[in-house]
Design a protein around this ligand. Structure first.
Ligand code: UN1
Length: 481
């Protein structure tokens, strides 16, 4: 059995045909990765890092072609596709630097002639399950630290982005990552489920929806234990106070809510605006929304591309229609369009602004994963912060104000993994951790100085060269009785 990957902007254009891998195929891939990993684990960490640098160089050489592929396979406007690939390049160089950075702790032992330190060791094979919306960046967040830690990899990319995953691995293999270390499996639930429970998989790293993440994690732990890291949804809010720079807030809302057609886990989906500036802010956002160009993502003048497929578009407009039934006012958008010029057969959702939303409304609580911005008017800052924190997710949030105290007050009280000040809810950079609180994740972070933790274990080492038994906590201490 096989499936096709198609261009969401022109579904008749097939990017490639991919096998639907079975549990047996996953078994073969894991065993091959495990075999290659045994030699890789003996390669000195700085030498692993050099190969990761080479991956960054190779990705940089291929940036244009890869960006076009991201745009064609996922429907991202070409400049955003370039950002996706650049994020992988940044990740390669950042992780490579970690290969020549501190790798553990040393402490003075409490006993003489004794050394004590920690080091990091691989888990063996890491299973990775990744979404289509950052089809190069997210695999890179997982693959480079996992490789640096000395692991083999089996990646199961989304069924919507197999070509990008192949192209990413292709660049890494061309850069010199040893044979067998990078294994790809394609398909839907079967290979993902098989990967999660394979006995030779030491860690599972999953990015996707909450329900699938729960299923994967439960299966992985029921047959574990093993390391399981989850990076799940978001319901990200932008708080705009009455003293905010509204030009900045408009730009932030447009890029935050409608970039990647709202299909980022960090998309801005709630706007919590002070009533004194609400009418002006909303009317300026709506004016900008009406000028956004829907079109072919490869065309540099396109602002908003199609959503990933028709089913997704239908789901999004149904959520908007349900919100309107519940009393929301449609200030812009809310329609499915399949007549956009040059994009035969593609489905777009017109960038949507809903006003009159209450914090308890479904549209204010559930992830939409589409170009929909819900506007809530909230006067009191504490109340705005409570509303930000009232949802089950905790990925990112933004606060817009000219007053430093307001900003820092909000930064301290907002319960999300990432907080932006006077910048939208998207735009994370590689050297700092990415991830969220509550149902967004289970505590691991991707990227940043500790991005390696989900792919490695700590080994603590004691060396006693005194030539006699020395007892910690006992020798050199007074017995109390
Ligand atoms: C995602 O939203 O799925 O911060 C990942 C950002 C990007 C990564 C987003 N650097 O928006």
């Amino acid at each position: 059995m096989s499936f096709e990957s198609t261009n969401p902007a022109r579904p008749a254009e097939v990017l490639g045909e991919y096998p639907e891998h079975t549990a047996d195929d996953v078994d073969r891939a894991v065993l091959a990765a495990a075999e290659a990993q045994r030699a890789w684990a003996r390669v000195p960490v700085p030498a692993r890092a050099d190969l990761i640098t080479a991956c960054g160089d190779e990705l940089a050489r291929r940036k244009r072609a890869l960006s076009e592929l991201v745009s064609r396979e996922c429907g991202k406007p070409i400049v955003e596709a370039g950002g996706d690939v650049q994020e992988a390049i940044d990740m390669a160089y950042f992780v490579a630097g970690q290969g020549r950075s501190p790798w553990g702790d040393t402490v003075p032992s409490e006993l003489g002639s004794k050394l004590a330190w920690t080091t990091r060791i691989p888990v063996g094979v890491v299973g990775m399950i990744t979404p289509w919306n950052f089809p190069v960046a997210i695999p890179s967040w997982k693959c480079f630290p996992a490789l640096l830690a000395g692991n083999g990899i089996v990646l199961k990319p989304s069924e919507h982005s197999p070509a990008c995953a192949e192209a990413f691995f292709d660049a890494c293999i061309a850069a010199g990552i040893p044979d067998g270390l990078l294994q790809l499996v394609h398909g839907y639930a079967e290979p993902a489920a098989a990967l999660a429970v394979h006995p030779a998989v030491g860690a599972i790293s999953f990015t996707g929806s909450v329900p699938t993440g729960r299923t994967v994690a439960a299966a992985a732990m029921a047959t574990g234990p093993r390391l399981v890291s989850l990076e799940l949804g978001g319901k990200n809010a932008m708080v705009v106070r009455d003293d905010a720079d509204l030009d900045l807030a408009v730009d932030g809302a447009i890029f935050g809510a409608f970039g990647t057609a709202g299909q980022r886990c960090t998309s801005t989906s709630r706007l919590l605006v002070h009533p004194a500036v609400a009418d002006e802010l909303v009317s300026r956002i709506v004016a900008r929304v009406e000028a956004l160009r829907l079109g072919d993502p490869l065309d540099a003048t396109t602002d908003v591309g199609p959503v990933i497929n028709r089913a997704s578009a239908e789901r999004i407009v149904a959520m908007v229609a349900a919100a309107v039934d519940d009393g929301a006012k449609l200030a812009a958008g809310g329609t499915l369009r399949d007549d956009v010029e040059g994009c035969a057969g593609a489905t777009f959702v017109t960038p949507t602004v809903l006003t009159g939303i209450k914090p308890s409304d479904r549209i204010a609580r559930e992830e939409v994963f589409g170009p929909v911005l819900s506007v809530l008017e909230v006067e009191d800052l504490d109340e705005a912060i409570d509303v930000v924190n009232s949802v089950e997710f905790g990925l990112s949030a933004a606060v817009y104000s000219r007053d430093i105290s307001t900003c820092l007050y909000a930064v301290e009280r907002i319960d999300t993994g990432i907080v932006y000040v006077n910048a939208p809810t998207i735009g994370a950079e590689i050297p700092l951790p990415f991830g969220g609180t509550k149902h967004t994740g289970n505590g691991f972070r991707e990227a940043g100085a500790r991005g390696i933790e989900q792919f490695s274990q700590v080994k603590t080492v004691y060396v006693d060269y005194s030539g006699r038994l020395q007892r910690a906590q006992i020798d050199n201490r007074e017995a109390t009785q």
